[in-house]
Write a protein that binds this ligand. Structure first.
Ligand SMILES: C[S@@+](CC[C@H](N)C(=O)[O-])C[C@H]1O[C@@H](n2cnc3c(N)ncnc32)[C@H](O)[C@@H]1O
Length: 512
């Protein structure tokens, strides 16, 4: 790679852009950012809007008044149209990058493929394809849901075959390197009783064999975390060698995802693995400086003093119930009574000193906006508020282990057929302060039961911003769309800080 060369990046199934954010932030030895995303394909409108706003932000951040105007937008003092109009060249580039609108691989191939062809014919330097086909049918959760569908046939589920669309792009772009992310379920998913993963690897090694496009080069597929025994012919004993456990790499979340690194055979390079961090990052370390908030009522009028009364009553019930289990002395140390005057959303930063560990502090806070974004709570049913308070308090007393359904007293049991069966044992899960979070999934958009804030006095599920912190999105990353859509976007993303580490490995591969 020539010093001046930019690396052309093609981002597929881009979501809100987590993978692209980390890759494009990767710097070389001279502090320059060589990765240049030129096309991002995303079909969901709100994620597409987020992606475009972010692409635009990247283009204006070093321009005079760029950050200033972006901040005005974040504060609601400038509309998106007004902001984009102030930087017409950059807005055109951003819109062009995200194809002027949501587009679907498989449906809009004519446009997508022709754009990619044009980009690569105009480009001399290295090329990289990032993003993974969302094989929801492979995902473990998907499988248990599908099991309930009569006549469900995995081989007829078109989502299984989105990876063929991926192979088509590989065949057209013939990148030097590709990074393909997927859920853990891809390792064990079966079609017609046959485990698919070895076949997927085989296809990725020779995309042209599947797409019947001539002259497509072959690829070697590497793990980013396990060194290959024979690096020139990488084969791995266990398919789980491709699994990245994000909590071991400085991410405050136990997110386990498969990431495959494809290196074009003629490149003749062997990638490094990404470096583990000894210390795990905890939920409290990355959330404690965000404004405290209260939850709301979903089924009754949301009046602040009613909420305070409710939490006060709950605190008495919780104290009594937990005293039986943990003893009076421990329970008496717990703050459970409501904090007066909490609101349901806040854009105002607190004076609380961030506890964010040094390796990642700059990443979150670089160019931080003046206000806190996407930080608003949801309403919950009154009965759930009691369960949330109980779960958060229990977790605090139980050294960060959230209660299982069997740990809930009968008077708190929800009317749920499966409550005692064990299949929903984690139904009300607190994200313990002293550990990395469990996986932030798009389920967080449905209800907050698996994502309860560790502070019983706030008695609520996590906000979009808190989920975004657990996913390592910088504080200036703005999620467009309504709150439900924002949760989905955050839950779907690759943690950008992990992507930054992947970017470093890819850059090293491309640097001679
Ligand atoms: C797991 S998310 C991707 C996350 C993304 N790589 C990131 O790091 O933020 C998968 C995305 O693919 C999008 N998608 C699904 N089918 C698609 C298709 N046929 N064409 C384009 N995008 C699609 C979904 O809307 C979703 O946002």
């Amino acid at each position: 790679m020539n010093k001046k060369d930019k690396v052309l990046v093609i981002d597929l199934f881009a979501g809100p852009g987590g993978l692209g954010e980390g890759i494009s932030a990767t710097t070389d030895k001279n502090g320059k950012k060589p990765f240049d995303i030129r096309i991002s394909v995303e079909k969901e409108p709100s994620a597409h809007k987020t992606l475009t706003t972010r692409s635009f932000f990247r283009k204006i951040r070093t321009m005079p008044k760029g950050i200033e105007n972006y901040n005005l937008y974040l504060q609601g003092k400038l509309s998106r149209e007004e902001l984009f109009a102030k930087f017409p060249e950059q807005s055109e580039l951003a819109l062009n990058e995200t194809l002027e609108g949501p587009k679907a691989l498989g449906e809009d191939n004519k446009l997508i493929h022709s754009r990619i062809e044009k980009l690569i014919s105009d480009h001399n330097g290295p090329k990289v394809v990032i993003g993974g086909p969302p094989c929801q049918a492979y995902s473990l959760a998907g499988r248990s849901r599908n099991a309930g569908i009569e006549d469900y046939k995995a081989e007829k589920d078109h989502r299984n075959f989105l990876y063929l669309e991926y192979l088509k792009v590989l065949s057209i772009a013939q990148p030097d390197v590709f990074v393909m992310e997927n859920v853990r379920g891809i390792l064990s998913a079966k079609i017609n009783g046959k485990v698919m993963f070895p076949q997927i690897l085989k296809d990725l090694r020779k995309p042209g064999r599947v797409t019947k496009i001539k002259g497509v080069p072959g690829y070697k597929i590497y793990s980013l975390v396990a060194p290959a025994e024979n690096p020139n012919n990488p084969q791995y004993k266990n398919s789980s060698d491709f699994l990245i456990r994000a909590e071991n790499y400085g991410i405050p979340q136990a997110r386990h995802r498969v990431i495959l690194l494809g290196v074009r055979e003629d490149l003749g390079r062997v990638p490094q693995t990404i470096e583990q961090l000894q210390q795990q990052v905890t939920v409290e370390e990355v959330l404690t400086d965000l404004p405290p908030l209260r939850s709301g009522f979903s089924k009754q009028k949301d009046i602040q003093c009613d909420w305070e009364k409710q939490i006060l009553n709950n605190s008495k019930v919780i104290t009594k119930l937990l005293t039986k289990r943990f003893g009076e002395e421990s329970v008496s140390t717990l703050p459970l009574t409501p904090i007066k005057g909490l609101t349901r959303f806040s854009t105002k930063k607190t004076n609380v000193k961030p506890k964010i560990p040094s390796h990642i502090k700059e990443w979150y806070l670089d160019c931080a906006p003046n206000n806190v974004l996407n930080h608003e709570t949801r309403g919950h049913m009154t009965s759930d508020l009691l369960r949330y308070g109980y779960s958060a308090a229990f977790t605090k007393l139980n050294d960060g282990v959230s209660p299982k359904s069997r740990d809930f007293p009968v008077e708190l049991a929800p009317e749920h057929d499966n409550w005692n069966s064990g299949s929903h044992a984690d139904r009300f899960r607190t994200q313990a302060a002293n550990k990395p979070a469990t996986t932030v999934t798009s389920h967080i958009s449905k209800d907050g039961h698996y994502f309860i804030h560790y502070d019983p006095q706030q008695c609520r599920s996590l906000t979009v911003r808190e989920a975004a912190r657990l996913q390592t999105f910088p504080d200036n990353y703005f999620f467009e769309g309504n709150r439900t859509q924002q949760y989905v976007q955050v839950g779907n993303a690759v943690p950008p800080y992990l992507a930054l580490k992947i970017g470093k490995v890819v850059l090293e591969l491309l640097t001679t």
